[in-house]
Write a protein that binds this ligand. Structure first.
Ligand code: 5GP
Length: 121
């Protein structure tokens, strides 16, 4: 499968579709999920064209990898849900069909603001 430049997150990255932005730097964009599953439901996406975590792990540069992890931490701190500024959260990445991934651009969900609950249904 190759990267689809028409996926919704690619459009958000290009500014063609609006988002409720939380944070942006050279490596990541973060915004609120349009259909929040918890009190806080943020998405953190790399700026590069990566389909999922496997694609990212195989093909991203070291800089991009560090940038994504740092970005997640920065967003968690900004939202006051990190382990040091708040009460914690869940970071989750769905991968492909069995993982339930709907948008084919790598994204981490950050759930928090309340007890997140069971890990899987
Ligand atoms: P996935 O199932 O691929 O892991 O999650 C995709 C997520 O993207 C879902 O939680 C869905 O609500 C969110 N989403 C889909 N379209 C949009 C959109 O246009 N804007 C925002 N902010 N979130 C979206």
């Amino acid at each position: 499968m190759s990267y689809d430049d028409n996926n919704i997150f690619a459009k958000i990255l290009r500014g063609e579709i609006p988002c409720k932005k939380i944070y942006e730097d050279d490596f990541v964009l973060s915004f609120h999920d349009i259909n929040p599953q918890k009190k806080i439901h943020a998405l953190v996406i790399p700026k590069g064209r990566f389909i999922d975590l496997d694609d990212f792990s195989a093909n991203a540069s070291s800089e991009e990898m560090v940038g994504l992890l740092k970005g997640i931490n920065t967003v968690a701190k900004k939202l006051n849900i990190s382990a040091d500024t708040g009460k914690g959260y869940r970071a989750l990445a769905n991968i492909s069909e069995h993982g339930g991934q709907e948008v084919p651009h790598l994204h981490f969900h950050l759930f928090g603001g309340e007890i997140v609950g069971k890990m899987v249904e």
